[in-house]
Design a protein. Structure first.
Length: 155
């Protein structure tokens, strides 16, 4: 029989399962971000013994490897003083006439819909080290963003 007509099984045609991608660069974290990583690890470790489905076990172990790596590589950043836009600060910006408040956090803590943006995001990179009253270039536009205020929130 020709190889073209035989079928080994469904596993032969399944997509391979890869490790969860680790964001490039340093793993900078706030105290809140580190606590979230630890909580995620603890939840997964508690959940794993109760999982019976083989695919679910593989998925949970893959997530455990990801979060374990993130915890072991985490670099807890010092609390900023708020004099300039830095990792861990909350900054109010005026862009296109609209005010927006964002907090600069680590990759795993980022949630843009909640105003938490990664330090590696283009907006973060544009405003880092700026002071209140500064105008910074963004998206190819000169003086596109005004720094209105900088605060340091309690975690």
């Amino acid at each position: 029989m020709s190889v073209a007509f035989r079928r080994e099984g469904d596993d032969e045609h399944m997509e391979p399962k890869f490790e969860l991608p680790i964001p490039p660069g340093p793993n900078l974290v706030t105290a809140r971000g580190l606590a979230q990583i630890r909580a995620k690890l603890a939840a997964l470790e508690a959940q794993l013994p109760g999982i019976v489905d083989e695919d679910a076990v593989k998925k949970a172990r893959r997530e455990l490897r990801y979060w374990g790596t993130r915890q072991s590589t985490a670099q807890l950043m010092d609390r900023p003083d708020g004099s300039v836009v830095a990792f861990g600060t909350t900054v109010t910006i005026r862009q296109g006439g609209k005010l927006r408040e964002v907090t600069i956090v680590g990759d795993d803590e980022a949630d843009p819909a909640s105003g938490l943006i990664s330090f590696s995001a283009p907006l973060s990179r544009a405003v880092l080290d700026a002071e209140v009253g500064d105008f910074v270039d963004f998206a190819g536009k000169t003086d596109a963003i005004e720094i209105v205020s900088i605060t340091v929130r309690d975690e």
